[in-house]
Design a protein around this ligand. Structure first.
Ligand SMILES: Cc1ncc(C[n+]2csc(CCOP(=O)(O)OP(=O)(O)O)c2C)c(N)n1
Ligand SMILES: [Mg+2]
Length: 316
């Protein structure tokens, strides 16, 4: 975690644009949520953007990402088009799951999102299964199981690490550790150090999950290992969740004090790009405006799309 990361200009701009997309879309979703136009609960990841974005810079559309309930940010990071996410939240037929999946069941096969599981820990076994499929089919994609700190409490976590290690499967176990299970702090839900546990099974790396350069650096190392066929790897990314577990309110737990200057991955990357002369203040303002226009367009697309026919849900 102590390594001083650096970045190329095109990577830096990509990382910033995608984090801004997630942040600005999430802020709009938070504003829309209390107006009851969304047909789904929402689990926002404001503050956590660096983890999924730093990872996804290294993934192709063929690589498979398996998510849990906090899906919007990682799905956008992986390439799900924002209009299709927004339409899904509005319950419209143009949504990525035809408007009947909702926020916790996003599917986009074109961008390596085969499905998510709202069962905490469920996606861990799905990632291992996909990695086994890659091995059996001699396909060259890698799989990522992307889960929170509380998912490591589940038995499936240990079974999955064991199976993946035994068979040297091409799967990255990425723990997005916001230190909370709903509103329960980690000290109340975990009696172990997760890195220590993971290292019983496989190499395990750590990145600062509030710093996209740190995640980008370590995720690059992890994904390169998978592509070389060196077996599974674990990446631990401690981060901060700014919002309540579900819905639009800020998370003001005493265990979760937010200091924007210290914790905001977007501020940190912008400061770095300016300081390294990889971006100008004008470029940063322009990017923010372009993303705002994208968010407006996605909301208009969702609002003007039709609701699905109820017969879509009939069991045939
Ligand atoms: C098997 C199971 N148990 C309980 C729940 C209820 N539940 C939903 S989210 C959550 C906390 C998950 O925390 P974590 O995995 O750390 O992810 P985070 O919400 O912090 O991103 C719980 C207990 C569930 N969905 N599935
Ligand atoms: Mg958590």
């Amino acid at each position: 975690m102590e390594r001083q990361a650096t970045i190329r200009r095109d990577d830096g701009h990509w990382l910033l644009r995608r984090m801004r997309l997630i942040r600005q879309a999430s802020e709009r979703i938070a504003a829309l949520y209390p107006t009851n136009v969304l047909e789904t609960p929402v689990h926002l990841c404001i503050g956590q953007e660096a983890v999924s974005v730093g990872l996804c810079r290294h993934l192709t559309d063929q690589d498979k990402l398996f998510l849990g309930h906090r899906t919007h940010g990682p799905a956008l990071a992986k390439g799900l088009p924002l209009p299709r996410l927004m339409a899904e939240l509005f319950g419209r037929t143009t949504g990525c799951s035809h408007g009947v999946g909702g926020s916790m069941h996003l599917i986009d096969l074109d961008h390596g999102l085969p499905g998510s599981s709202a069962i905490v820990g469920g996606c861990i076994a799905l990632g291992v299964g996909a990695a086994l499929a890659a091995r059996l089919q001699r396909a060259d994609f890698v799989a990522v199981a992307y889960f929170g700190d509380a998912a490591t409490n589940a038995g499936v976590f240990y079974e999955s690490l064991n199976f993946a290690a035994l068979h040297r499967l091409p799967v990255l176990f990425l723990c997005e550790d916001n230190g909370l299970s709903n509103v329960m702090p980690k000290s109340a839900h975990s009696a172990y150090d997760v890195l220590g546990v993971a290292r019983q099974f496989m190499p395990a790396l750590a990145a600062d999950g509030t710093d996209v350069l740190s995640v980008h650096d370590r995720a690059g190392e992890a994904v390169a290992r998978l592509r070389r066929g060196d077996g599974p790897i674990f990446l631990h990314c401690p981060t901060k969740r700014w919002m309540k577990h579900q819905g639009h309110e800020a998370c003001d737990l005493p265990e979760n004090r937010i200091d924007v200057a210290r914790d905001c991955p977007i501020h940190k990357l912008e400061a770095f790009l300016l300081q390294s002369r990889l971006a100008t203040a004008t470029e940063l303002a322009q990017l923010e405006a372009e993303v705002a226009a994208e968010v407006d367009a996605a909301v208009r697309f969702a609002e003007s799309s039709p609701f699905p026919d109820p017969s879509l849900l009939e069991v045939r």
